[in-house]
Structure formats: C-alpha cells, structure tokens
Design a protein around this ligand. Structure first.
Ligand code: GTP
Ligand code: MG
Length: 192
C-alpha cells in the first residue's frame, strides 16, 4: 500500500524517541505499512567504549539521521519519525520534532539511566509524550509507579510494549495519540 486511502480524514506526525538501542527502528519497522525509510550505518570500532551494547550484543548498525514510517489507524494517517539514539546526532531533533503532536519514549529497563538525557532533550521541545517500556527478555520487572519514580515522572502516562509485536506497538501509538489530543484540548481550553 503506497498511497493513503481516500477515506483518510486527517494526519498526525509523531516522534519515536529513546536512548541508544531501545528499539526505535524496530518499532517503526514493525508497524509501518510502507517500507520504512532507515538511515542505518554500521557500527565501527570508533563506537567501542562509547555506545554500550549491553543487552543488544547482536546490534551491528545504528540510526544516524532518522527512521520514517507510516501507519493508518481508522481515518487518520500517522507519520512516524524516529530519532537517532546517539547523542552526537541529537542536533537533528529540532527538525524532526517540528510539527509533531507528541512523542513515544521507548525505555529499556536494563539501562534506565540512559533515558534521563533523552527525557531532558524531549522536555525542551514541550511535546506531550507517553513512556513505553520496551519489554526486552530478561529485563528487570518493576511496578509502574517505581519506574515513574525512578524517571522522576510521577504523572507520566506509562505503558509496556514489545517493539517486535505489531498489536502491542500499535496500542502504544494509540495511547500516545489519545494523550496528545487530550493535551491539545487542554491547551486550547486555556487559550479560550
Ligand atoms: N527481544 C527484543 N528485541 C528487540 C526489541 N526491540 C528491539 N530489539 C532488538 O534490539 C536491537 C536494537 O534495536 P533497534 O531498533 O536498532 O534500536 P534503536 O533504538 O533504533 O537503536 P539506535 O537507532 O542505534 O539508537 C535490535 O537487535 C533489535 O532486534 C524487543 O521488543 N524485543
Ligand atoms: Mg535506530
């Protein structure tokens, strides 16, 4: 399916963000109805000691610019933009975030510390966001409130997903869209 159906009534741009190797490219590939655009480059010895492969030892490539995918939900088309995980490429966030209505923040609980800088970067954009714990096999299990506390986000919308599973990943996007629309409504009500 290359073209969007005539029944589509609206579009929304979403960001998929997260630290290095949390599954951003995987999730966009899982849900996209078009062949996703990827900008993967091989990781070389230059990243040894810089990018921790703990938990994702089979990873050989990394996103150096963006991921792009598209998913149609009902009469709305979602355009998904994935950011690079490595901080040296984060200057690209400015353009990627423009016009987005919200962001899905993927978190790997095995490396939760890596998410702090991502959340700082995201909060600077002012975008509404939902935190999705990508449940890697062997990841520690914690109560959602403990995770909120660890991330210092007591009121965050938090969910679990499996970036390899279509339904689970789509559900995460639906939660994000719903949250973003609630935030937009609240912002409009404040202006009126
Ligand atoms: N088992 C499991 N593996 C996953 C899941 N999500 C991602 N992976 C694996 O984790 C590795 C990293 O996934 P990527 O999608 O490249 O992560 P990324 O966040 O795009 O990485 P960068 O762009 O380099 O920051 C890959 O080997 C994936 O196959 C998941 O939900 N479950
Ligand atoms: Mg990637």
């Amino acid at each position: 399916m290359s073209y969007v159906p005539d029944t589509v009534g609206g579009t929304a741009k979403l960001l998929v963000v997260g630290a290095f190797g949390v599954g951003k490219t995987t999730l966009i590939g899982t849900v996209s109805e078009i062949r996703p655009l990827r900008t993967e480059e091989a990781m070389t010895v230059a990243s040894v000691g810089v990018d921790s492969l703990h938990g994702v030892e089979n990873k050989t490539t990394t996103t150096v610019a963006l991921d792009f995918g598209r998913v149609t939900l009902g009469d709305t088309v979602l355009y998904l933009f994935g950011t690079p995980g490595q901080q040296r490429f984060w200057s690209l966030w400015d353009g990627l975030a423009e016009g987005a209505i919200g962001a899905l923040v993927l978190v790997d609980l095995r490396r939760i510390d890596d998410s702090f800088a991502v959340l700082d970067q995201l909060e600077a954009t002012g975008l509404p966001y939902v935190v999705a714990i990508n449940d890697f096999p062997g990841a520690p299990r914690h109560a959602d409130d403990e995770v909120r506390q660890a991330l210092a986000l007591p009121a965050a919308v938090l969910l679990h997903c499996n970036a390899l599973d279509h339904r689970s990943s789509v559900n995460a996007l639906i939660t994000l869209v719903s949250h973003a629309l609630t935030c937009l409504d609240a912002a409009e009500a404040r202006i009126r």
